[in-house]
Ligand binder design. Sequence first.
Ligand SMILES: Cc1cc2nc3c(=O)[nH]c(=O)nc-3n(C[C@H](O)[C@H](O)[C@H](O)COP(=O)(O)O)c2cc1C
Length: 196
Amino acid sequence: MKRFILGISGASGQAIGVKLLRELLERNFEVHLAISRQSLPILEQETGIKYGSGTQGEKALRGGVRGGKLFYYDETEMSAPIASGSFRTEAMFIAPCSMKTLSAVANGYASNLLERAADVKIKEGGKLILSPREMPFSAIHLENMLKLARLGVTIAPPVAAFYHGPRTIEAMVEFFAGKLLDQAGIENNAFKRWRG
Ligand SMILES: Cc1cc2nc3c(=O)[nH]c(=O)nc-3n(C[C@H](O)[C@H](O)[C@H](O)COP(=O)(O)O)c2cc1C
């Protein structure tokens, strides 16, 4: 079973993280999920998912997807497996990625589990994919992204495309999640591709 890390931080666009999680589970992957505390009220406000720990929380996040294995960690669980480079995973996503988490990752300031797991991915030379969301970006945000891009981190913000003819917010979210899966080399039909 392939293993992935998914971080969800407190930026707008929580539905992207939820969709990505479901896509990973649908493929029968093992997903290690770390949701920042700051994201919980935003998750509830934007998606209606009231996350509580334990099976209720898992049920809400899965939204009917049965496959895969889901491990959830609070951001304070610094002794979770994903905090160590000895725990091998295919890739890590942070989607959506707040400017605070982006800054922490860019500066090696691992103050919570998401940030530590990302720090580990970079030090181990692994695949790290961030989906930073803010509008507009300041020079600080852009410098942090550039610094990470130069280290080999994939910066894949939720920038909408229109060539696939999206008519709904769901279609936009599917596009963002599909593009993130693409970056990790995961085959998917989450969105309508351009065929020329
Ligand atoms: C409704 C709401 C939406 C937010 N959207 C964003 C956002 O899109 N991008 C961002 O960088 N911060 C956003 N924030 C601010 C972050 O939640 C805040 O900086 C927080 O400290 C991030 O912490 P975390 O990265 O540990 O989750 C938002 C806050 C709220 C309440």
